[in-house]
Design a binder for this molecule. Structure first.
Ligand SMILES: [Zn+2]
Ligand SMILES: [Zn+2]
Length: 322
């Protein structure tokens, strides 16, 4: 990783988009023309993306988004890398930028108080404070803040249901966090709506906290939604907390199960990885469609004949390309 030619960007912006289809096309075309890859979700409530590209292309991409008055306030988490972190570009229109079952909440109207990484770092150890991880099981099992409260959920849309179990925290200072901050915008708003009095959110999430505050007291790794699968964030007092799904030894090695119909995100140690041929269980190991294991646990979708223009309705206009 000596030659970090690329950037990986993580961002979101809650803002009204009137014509989502037209904007999707424009955005998609920009990505193709500038060799930006990754996953972008466009909705009437805003934008959410994680992308990779050459550093200079990512600079152009950030300028492109921020030059649009609707998204001028967008903040980017920028990490450096030696290659693309995605194989393709997908720009999709969806009902929400994070599937939440909290469609009614507009974080521009109501949300928890934003804490910058350094403020979060100071506040997190205070006596009347509780730290709440709003992410799903496969994420917090791999890494989380020391003393954080985690929820038994497989998907963020189950968050509201679990809030009922947190009644006893209503009079505490609640600090929420997630990967990049987007889930907390609605999660913290929902807590306020449910009568929690003092709710804060880690602005920019774990990623920004790692970049700007050294990641202190984040234990384990942070699950990410690109080819890296998981990243280290703690440069101060790192600790491994996950254990091998097969043999139980301490292991931070995150893989996707080689059985494509399972694809579970689990920690599996180096030895068990080879022994199980990348599968999370014996039945997955014997699955007829099991993918060949190469020691990484990451599987590129078949990209033969991949056409980045797929999904683009309009033909690219040559005149517009500069
Ligand atoms: Zn093992
Ligand atoms: Zn499996």
């Amino acid at each position: 990783m000596e030659n970090k030619t690329h950037s990986i960007l993580l961002y979101y912006c809650y803002a009204t988009i009137e014509d989502t289809e037209a904007y999707r096309e424009e955005h998609h075309l920009f990505c193709i023309e500038n060799n930006i890859r990754g996953r972008i979700i466009i909705s009437s409530e805003g934008l959410n993306g994680t992308v990779s590209g050459l550093k200079e292309d990512c600079e152009k991409y950030m300028a492109y988004i921020q030059s649009d008055a609707r998204f001028a306030k967008t903040e980017f988490k920028v990490e450096l890398y030696d290659k693309h972190a995605f194989a393709k570009i997908h720009v999709r229109v969806k009902p929400e930028i994070v599937h939440s079952s909290l469609k009614h909440i507009d974080p521009n109207v109501k949300t928890g108080k934003h804490l910058e990484p350094e403020e979060f770092k100071k506040l997190k150890d205070q006596e009347d404070v509780v730290i709440l991880d709003v992410r799903s099981n496969y994420e917090h099992e791999l890494g989380r803040f020391k003393n954080a409260i985690t929820l038994d959920i497989d998907n963020f849309r189950d968050f509201p249901e679990k809030v009922k179990e947190l009644e006893h925290l209503k009079n505490k200072k609640v600090l929420t966090y997630c990967t990049g901050g987007i889930k907390c915008e609605k999660a913290s708003a929902y807590l306020l709506e449910q009568g929690f009095e003092d709710v804060y959110q880690l602005h920019g999430g774990i990623i920004k906290y790692g970049l700007e505050a050294g990641g202190e007291d984040f234990e384990g790794k942070c699950y990410v939604f690109d080819n890296r699968i998981a990243v280290d964030v703690n440069k101060v007092n790192p600790k491994v907390i996950s254990t091998c799904h097969v043999c139980g030894t301490v292991s931070a090695r995150m893989v996707n199960c080689a059985n494509p119909t399972c694809n579970a995100h689990v920690a599996i140690c180096e030895n068990c990885g080879w022994e199980m041929d990348g599968a999370c269980s014996t039945s997955c190991k014997e699955h007829p469609e099991k993918r060949p294991y190469d020691g990484t646990g990451y599987y590129q979708k078949q990209s033969n004949g991949y056409n980045p223009y797929k999904g683009l309705q309009r033909k690219p206009n040559k005149e517009k390309v500069n």
